[in-house]
Design a binder for this molecule. Sequence first.
Ligand code: PEP
Ligand code: MG
Length: 388
Amino acid sequence: DSPTFQTYNSLMNWADSIRRLKVRTNADQPDQASNAIAFGAEGIGLCRTEHMFFGENRIMSVRKMIVADTVEERKAALSELLPLQREDFEGIFRVMKGYPVTIRTLDPPLHEFLPHTEKEINELAQALGISYQTLKAKIDSLHEFNPMLGFRGCRLGVLYPEITEMQARAIIEAAINVMNEGVKVKPEIMIPLVGHVNEFKLQEDIVRRVADEVMKEKGKKIDYLVGTMIELPRAAVTADEIATRAEFFSFGTNDLTQTTFGLSRDDAGKFLPLYVQQEILPADPFETIDQQGVGKLVEMGTKLGRSSRPNLKVGICGEHGGEPASVEFCHRTGLDYVSCSPFRVPIARLAAARAVLNERTTKTTKSKVAAKPKAKSAGKTKAKAKKK
Ligand code: PEP
Ligand code: MG
């Protein structure tokens, strides 16, 4: 009831009344999701399921799944995770009350899940009934020199389809259970790190087959979408092919920036500030979309995607989704929504509104310039100066 809150509220209501971009949030837990709703989020744009796997009661099953030698072993580990994942999704669907919820299938940098300490390796060896040395050899064989460009994203689900099967089952079972409680649900299943349409097709086939199975078992139908992250340059430049199958795109600009610049997102902080300080780059591209490079791929991906699927829903869920200049860029590029961390939702709502105002100003300036031919060059110079 405080005057400050009232001012905030009327400002935000004004922003909502003029913005075109929807604003969603990145959230993996029901409490994060409800915080985001309080900040005005209109859905979840990214639920990172790998974050759900680090809990005390889960990491052991995840590790068993990763070091499994056979499909049976992997399935046994996954069956321990299924009820827990189902509960995770039920919690989120309940809080989101019919808003769209984009759940991404597993995208682990493998090394983060592997046991590291002697104690962790011993515990896992005991649980598996194998020797420390045997397990250590297995873990060593999984070592990657560059895990962020390694066996992650959909590559895991493509080669181990039972992982995607478990997650698809957990999502659809949870959606039907929550729908049976009288709450609306709108699941969107998202495949990460797709670089080739074949990867998407394989994952989509699994999701649709499992969804059909679950709906038959439960005697209930639900609507859901299957879409993809666009976070590799190859995905952006073949977006027309990918959109023949994907029902939505979400630009993962964290990875897209990393792969476009060939610059590790984990190490960039060591020297990027110097690049910015010395004006080699105008801004940190991991914070503000680099419009000449990454942004071109976003534009190209959106255009190509919609050339084969005109109603393709397009969003962004990289960190840029809550950064004002990037939000404006997303508006100009014709995206449908941005998704950002809960605390950035109000900023994104304001930036989306400002984008509309700036667009109106530019249009008015242009039409005035067109009406007065003499003022043309002056108008152009102004517009240019403003852009800079
Ligand atoms: C991204 O790459 O932009 C993204 C949202 O995925 P993550 O940060 O989980 O890799
Ligand atoms: Mg990513």
